[in-house]
Design a protein around this ligand. Structure first.
Ligand SMILES: *Cc1c(COP(=O)(O)O)cnc(C)c1O
Length: 360
């Protein structure tokens, strides 16, 4: 039995060192005689785990002191509601629609107020990022919302929108910790961790302190109020303890591997290997305009459904798994998050090259 090269969009590959360490600590976490799964979230030993995870993330991302880091439950999708509940003071916000996740956030926000479509790339199956240099942002909008890396379509904002002074709120689920980020440019960043950081069930919210208030929409559940979570250091109720512990290990793994600069460098290298091949191949084509290509999610197709299916079947048999594209795009998608080793991408490209020669 060996490990496969896992190109899943999420839940996704984690660093093998992290999994090994977690396995070693499974029955007895550092002399506590318990698994992290079994210990009280109010214990000293667990308190150290969550505090250290937070401190490491703060260091990694250079999160300024006036931003809170919250480890919450409910995934990124829960935040689609929590964001308007906490931030839509005027009940109006602008959304840029760049794919399914942005659309879902947009629909959810409409439950709570006026969500305005500022721009969209739906006309070309979300294969590009719309021009965001002069969006129709009005004074009464509480924030501008983007999905910064579009997991399904494989696009990424390489330049943030001009929000005309309004708060920027970003779903970074599938690019979180893949490169350095200037947190000061955002009012709020959120990321479901199962793409690049840890096991599903944890969502990280980084939010500017002045946005954390009691002035939330009527009916906001206690659990969804950022103030509740911030006042209790993410320990208002039982947090996703084990997931946070694994996230903490991934933060340390990133620090050991050059921090976010290190991640960016290797991620650029990995993506270039795959995109260069796609650009030179006569059989496989990328589906996204070059200037908006994601470093994390790489969708590609051949000209035939039959060939796509054959490729996926043969790739799976050869140990390259979860390459089937999202049902709304078809074809293939290789997600090459932080933990995908560069050999995985090199070997995938060798396999694609061989497949192309055998089938043309
Ligand atoms: C996966 C994903 C989501 C949904 O995450 P859940 O944790 O399943 O709610 C939202 N946004 C983006 C960009 C994603 O990639």
């Amino acid at each position: 039995m060996g490990r496969v090269y896992n190109f899943s969009a999420g839940p996704a590959v984690l660093p093998v060192e992290v999994l090994q360490e977690a396995a070693d600590e499974m029955l007895d976490y550092r002399g506590s005689g318990q698994s992290v799964m079994e210990m009280s979230h109010r214990s000293k030993v667990y308190d150290n785990i969550i505090k250290e995870a937070e401190a490491d993330l703060r260091k990694l991302l250079a999160v300024p002191d006036n931003y809170k880091i919250l480890f919450l439950q409910g995934g990124a999708s829960q935040q689609f509601a929590a964001i308007p509940m906490n931030l839509m003071k005027n009940r109006k916000a602008g959304y840029v629609l760049t794919g399914q996740w942005a659309k879902k956030a947009f629909s959810e926000a409409k439950i709570y107020g006026e969500a305005v479509e500022l721009a969209s790339s739906a006309d070309k199956t979300f294969s590009y990022i719309p021009d965001c240099s002069d969006l129709p942002i009005t004074d009464d909008m509480d924030y501008v919302y983007i999905c910064e890396n579009n997991t399904i379509y494989g696009t990424k904002y390489w330049q943030l929108p001009d929000t005309k002074g309004k708060l920027l709120v970003a779903d970074q689920s599938s690019c979180f910790l893949s490169e350095p980020v200037d947190v000061l440019k955002y009012g709020l960043i959120m990321a479901g961790v199962q793409k690049n950081v840890g096991p599903a069930g944890v969502v990280i919210v980084i939010v500017r302190e002045d946005l954390i208030t009691d002035d939330v929409l009527p009916g906001t559940p206690t659990m969804l109020k950022y103030k509740t979570q911030a006042d209790n250091d993410s320990l208002y109720n039982t947090p996703p303890c084990y997931g946070i512990y694994i996230c903490g290990k991934v933060f340390k793994w990133i620090m050991k591997n050059g921090g976010l600069e290190g991640m960016q460098k290797i991620n650029q290298e990995k993506a270039a290997i795959l995109y260069d091949f796609l650009d030179s191949s006569k059989m496989f084509h990328g589906t996204v305009v070059k200037e908006d290509r994601s470093l994390m999610n790489v969708p590609f197709v051949t000209d035939s459904e039959e060939l796509n299916a054959k490729f996926i079947a043969e790739a799976t048999a050869a140990g390259f798994v979860n390459l089937k594209g999202h049902r709304s795009v078809g074809g293939m998608r290789a997600s090459i998050y932080n933990a995908m080793p560069i050999e995985g991408v090199k070997k995938l490209v060798e396999f694609m090259d061989k497949f192309e020669k055998e089938n043309s």
